[in-house]
Design a protein around this ligand. Structure first.
Ligand SMILES: Nc1nc2c(ncn2[C@@H]2O[C@H](COP(=O)(O)OP(=O)(O)OP(=O)(O)O)[C@@H](O)[C@H]2O)c(=O)[nH]1
Ligand SMILES: [Mg+2]
Length: 392
């Protein structure tokens, strides 16, 4: 935390914390390093700032390379709090959505012809203080999973993300688009808005295959479970069912290569003719088939429907915001973003790994505090909006 900073340095530090892009962060950190008046009290802080600067520059370079995009550089390195993949069939309005969400931070080419985007396009935006890196991936097509139109790279790009925006063009048949994308993703081992199966598998030294709570299993019982596990090469394991599990879910539970990602559907081109009736058709289809998707109609051309979208994305991410407080009681404006269930230790890891070694205790305010300023250790679980002060 900033300690006894001279005014110019404090100003740059605050601007760094509020910056909404890597470029801005770098500018303010560089200025901070340039203007900070050095004394014993700021040594650690300065060292941390320099390390951050180095990391940011490395990330920036990687992003530059990814934008240039040779085959191997397709995976956009994560430089922000979360990476959001914008996906959909060809011409569904992905680049247009990216440009609206990222504003001047993106200049993805929009074209009336198919496959305008052939490499990932990157932009960024913020949601409740979290920095979101937006990555438009080239279109998902029939056969992506077999490698059509760089399909394998597209699917790898989706797996690399933390959340998916699926663009469905409301001026075209929406159900065909949804089915095509979900089919490719499903074969490509990507599950959207699907919980992991409620099964845990623990490898043990001996004892064959032991099964607990098999009454939750909706298949044919223990013999079938054992047979499936044997064919998958399992020897000595404890299998626990924590809730009702179908056979398909059981197969999924045994496959560690499946990715589970939160997702939102954008119904795009809401200003075009026929979009209203296609919206209803898609909404009905989603509810009749109990598909777990929120459907948001937007028009990139008219910039309509985007008002609450950052909120929706933040909600989907399952992240929490933690604010830090310095020794004079100032609370940082920009939160650090952590996964739900994170602890004080996880927060400090983000702030500075070194701080962990010299950790004494922390004080905490907010939902996780029994009372304001409660003294806690590294293992205290945090909740959204908590304020922490670290003593090291
Ligand atoms: N009327 C209208 N047209 C749109 C809207 N969004 C996109 N378009 C048009 O749809 C076409 C495709 O838009 P893009 O944003 O390039 O779509 P894309 O999914 O990125 O396309 P590819 O990268 O080629 O797969 C362009 O002609 C856009 O002008 C919208 O909200 N309203
Ligand atoms: Mg595009």
């Amino acid at each position: 935390m900033p300690i006894n900073l001279n005014h110019e340095a404090q100003v740059e530090w605050d601007k760094y914390l509020e910056a909404s892009s890597i470029e801005e962060q770098i500018v303010h950190l560089e200025r901070f390093v340039g203007v900070v008046v050095k004394h014993k009290g700021v040594e650690n802080h300065l060292r941390m700032a320099k390390q951050k600067l180095k990391r940011l520059k490395a990330t920036q370079e990687k992003m530059r390379q990814a934008k240039k995009g040779s085959g191997e550089r397709w995976l956009v390195p994560k430089g922000e709090d979360a990476q959001i993949a914008i996906i959909g069939i060809v011409n569904s309005g992905k680049s247009s959505v990216l440009n609206v969400l990222a504003g001047s931070d993106s200049a993805a080419k929009v074209g009336a012809y198919p496959f305008t985007t052939v490499k990932p396009e990157v932009g960024s935006t913020t949601a409740r203080g979290a920095r979101l890196q937006l990555v438009e991936l080239p279109a998902v097509v029939e056969g992506s999973v077999r490698g059509e139109m760089s399909g394998k790279l597209v699917l790898a790009g989706i797996r690399n993300s933390d959340c998916v925006i699926l663009a469905i063009d409301l001026s075209q048949n929406p159900i065909e688009q949804l089915e095509l994308v979900l089919k490719e993703l499903s074969i490509g081992k990507i599950r959207l808005n699907t919980n992991r199966p409620p099964v845990t598998i623990e490898k043990v030294g001996s004892g064959n295959i032991q099964i607990f709570n098999s009454h939750h299993y909706e298949g044919k019982g223990n013999d079938e479970i054992i047979e499936i596990m044997r064919t998958k090469g399992y020897m000595n394991v404890i299998v626990r069912f924590h809730g009702s599990t179908t056979i398909d879910q059981f197969f999924d539970a045994l496959d560690y290569t499946i990715s589970y990602l939160p997702a939102i559907i954008f119904g795009t081109k809401g200003d075009l003719q026929g979009s209203k009736s296609n919206y209803s058709i898609l909404a009905n289809y989603i509810s009749e088939n109990q598909l777990p998707f929120k459907l948001i109609p937007v028009s990139s051309t008219n910039k309509e429907g985007f008002d609450d979208i950052e909120e929706d994305i933040f909600e989907k991410l399952g992240k929490i915001r933690i604010y830090t407080r310095n020794n004079v009681g100032d609370i940082a404006e920009r939160p650090i973003i952590l996964d739900q269930g994170s602890t004080i230790e996880n927060a400090i890891e983000v702030l500075s790994k070194k701080m962990l070694r010299f950790f004494r205790f922390a004080r905490i305010w907010g939902k996780s505090a029994k009372f304001d300023g409660e003294k806690v250790g590294l293992d205290r679980t945090l909740q959204d909006g908590d304020v922490i002060q670290v003593f090291a």
